[in-house]
Ligand binder design. Structure first.
Ligand code: UDP
Length: 327
């Protein structure tokens, strides 16, 4: 039997590259696509020698052509950290709107099932905690996060419309904070920021008073949840994340312990519209997919720390937090 064929957009990014690994492991033919604005070919270079892997350097905001059959599409192309979408707001909006339109069109032509990466950011700065899928959110459309939040909300609406109007097979995953190897050390996210600072012997910068919460999911757990969702028959959005909630201050203290750094926490102004709390309600994922996270923070952080430590010294020393420093 010939291999099933899957197109993965954002394939050279953090999540995209782990998805490529998973689908290769499951013996799919993987068509990887990325325009490398925030992605890095090093994340997938180990796959280039495989006959069931191909890479296309392409911006999915422009017409997407894939020759041959396609069974599945996973749309993971998007800047995905606050610092990225502040630097490239227009691309962020385009990939979530023009990009998804192109991919839904492609899915229709190819009669492929499409799964889109949505986000806990559709809930904005939530007024209910934990967030169930039924919560409609509290989003500021014109704030700094608006370009990402609204693109992702539009993406969900567009995907649903193709599902109901064209009968397209669609799946929507709402991804909560996820971490693991291949995150970018300088993407501004709290985990690489703290670990990078510890490795450089700098103090760890906590924004605000650190009482805001997040819930961190290890990447392997996330990939398992996405894999199960794709092959389920559930078409409404599903939260995938780890409900183990922690304040950013406590998280900083955990990183200090993990890395053994002599540095301390220092407090900086809280960026505009920074959500005060975030924790997924994963009852749906449990009931529908039989999924729940397996990797605890202690274990996941250890693996991730080892990864960051193994990066070339030049890379560890290179930092670009210009946006936050200007504030
Ligand atoms: N944060 C922090 N120090 C940093 C980077 C981020 O205290 O150096 C905070 C940020 O303000 C937010 C939380 O950590 O409250 C998570 O930020 P991240 O950018 O990782 O993702 P978010 O969940 O906000 O999209």
């Amino acid at each position: 039997m010939s291999r099933k064929r899957v197109l993965i957009t954002g394939a050279a990014g953090f999540l995209g590259s782990h998805l490529c690994d998973r689908f290769i492991k499951e013996d799919f033919h993987v068509i990887a696509m990325d325009n490398l604005i925030t992605g890095d070919l090093r994340n997938i270079e180990h796959l280039f020698q495989l006959e069931n892997f191909e890479f296309h350097n392409h911006d999915v905001s422009k017409f997407v052509h894939v020759s041959g059959e396609l069974d599945y599409i996973l749309h993971f192309a998007s800047p995905a950290s606050p610092i990225d979408y502040l630097k490239i707001p227009i691309q962020t909006l385009k990939v979530g709107s023009l990009g998804i339109h192109n991919l839904l069109g492609l899915a229709r032509v190819k009669k492929a099932r499409i799964l889109i990466a949505s986000t806990s950011e559709v809930y904005g700065d939530p007024t209910v905690n934990p967030q169930p899928e039924e919560y409609w959110g509290n989003v500021n459309p014109v704030g700094p996060r608006g370009v990402y939040d609204e693109a992702k909300r539009f993406q969900e609406a567009m995907t649903m419309a193709y599902h109901t109007f064209h009968g397209l097979e669609t799946r929507i995953v709402r991804i909560f904070n996820t971490y693991g190897p291949r995150m970018r050390l300088n993407d501004g996210r709290v985990l690489p920021a703290f670990i990078g600072q510890a490795l450089r012997g700098e103090d760890l910068t906590v924004f605000g008073d650190g009482s805001q919460t997040r819930s961190f999911c290890y990447v392997d757990d996330l990939v398992e949840g996405i894999y199960r969702l794709l092959f389920s028959d559930y078409t409404q959005p599903v939260n995938i994340g780890n409900p183990d909630e922690i304040t950013i201050k406590e998280f900083g203290e955990e990183i200090i312990k993990l890395t053994g750094t002599k540095q301390k926490l220092v407090f900086k102004p809280l960026p505009t519209d920074d959500p005060k709390q975030r924790r997924p309600d994963i009852s749906k994922a449990k009931a529908i997919l039989g999924w729940e996270p397996k990797v605890g923070r202690a274990e996941g952080l250890k693996i991730t720390y080892e990864y960051f430590k193994s990066l070339p010294e030049k890379e560890i020393q290179h930092k670009d937090f210009s946006y936050y420093n200007k504030k």
